[in-house]
Design a protein around this ligand. Structure first.
Ligand SMILES: Nc1ncnc2c1ncn2[C@@H]1O[C@H](COP(=O)(O)OP(=O)(O)OP(=O)(O)O)[C@@H](O)[C@H]1O
Ligand SMILES: [Mg+2]
Length: 246
């Protein structure tokens, strides 16, 4: 299987010596194309920072990152930026309160100079299961689940190969969480997408991910797969603690 993402010896540092702090401290992993890789670990262990480096949002890193076989740096071309899109926990915070859904979806197309905009907006709304009339709504006129669908549509509209999902359902009610997770699975299958997923919910991780890394203080303390996670055959005490939700 081809690798969609390879990360080798990734270190992300904040601040200057002697007070420099390694938020990510030498992690390596491979995500096969079309699969979902899960990142779990306590608050502050470096999950979002690692995603930020992969997305090109955090520049102060060393190591190697390749996306679709090509090495990337902190500085990305427009095309490389389109390849990797993020979806965040809080859809309310990540959507502009005074922009309609349509404007939110048109913006990336304008930035990336893509044409055929009306058709692309219609298509992506359809893909995330929102009626066309929602184009003219504002975020406050949408439910939490609908807002997260808009955030996913915005991520999809540039036809990325990789989605970075940072706690994408943890702000939602449980029943809505399941809908969004199933939507993400369908979108992955239909579009051949690769996912990197952060969640603190082991049920979500087990449902979505084929491979899982447990992070602590910037490092991977364990890398496992779904079968071993479900079977409970995890090595590390810390992983057990997370799994059992203690
Ligand atoms: N821009 C920044 N400047 C300085 N330190 C930062 C910056 N961003 C993150 N950090 C620090 O890096 C560490 C990792 O933060 P990060 O946001 O990656 O954690 P996380 O695993 O995503 O946590 P959570 O589960 O709470 O979202 C934390 O100690 C945080 O305070
Ligand atoms: Mg985070």
């Amino acid at each position: 299987m081809t690798a969609a993402v390879t990360v080798k010896d990734l270190v992300v540092t904040f601040g200057e010596d002697p007070a420099a702090f390694r938020a990510v401290d030498g992690i390596s992993f491979v995500i096969p194309a079309g699969s979902t890789f899960g990142l779990v670990g306590e608050s502050g262990c470096g999950k979002s920072t690692a995603m930020g480096a992969i997305a090109g949002r955090v520049g102060n890193w060393t190591g190697e990152i390749t996306i679709d076989g090509k090495p990337v740096t902190g500085k990305r071309t427009l095309k490389q930026r389109a390849q990797v899109q993020m979806v965040f926990q809080d859809p309310y915070g990540s959507l502009h309160p005074r922009h309609t859904v349509e404007r939110t979806l048109l913006e990336p197309l304008e930035i990336h100079g893509l044409g055929d905009r009306d058709r692309r907006v219609a298509e992506v709304l359809e893909q995330v299961g929102l009626p066309q009339r929602f184009r003219y709504r504002y975020p406050h006129q949408l439910s939490g689940g609908q807002r997260q669908r808009v955030a996913i549509a915005r991520a999809l509209i540039l036809s990325p190969s990789l989605l970075l999902l940072d706690e994408p359902t943890s702000a939602l009610d449980v029943s809505v969480q399941a809908e969004i997770l199933n939507l993400l699975k369908t979108l992955q299958r239909e579009n051949g997408l690769t996912y990197l997923l952060v969640s603190h919910d082991m049920a979500v991780i087990a449902h979505m991910c084929s491979d899982i890394a447990v992070m602590r203080e910037g490092r991977f303390v364990e890398v496992t797969d779904r079968d071993r996670l479900i079977a409970g055959a995890v090595e590390n005490d810390y992983t057990k603690l997370l799994r059992d939700g203690v």
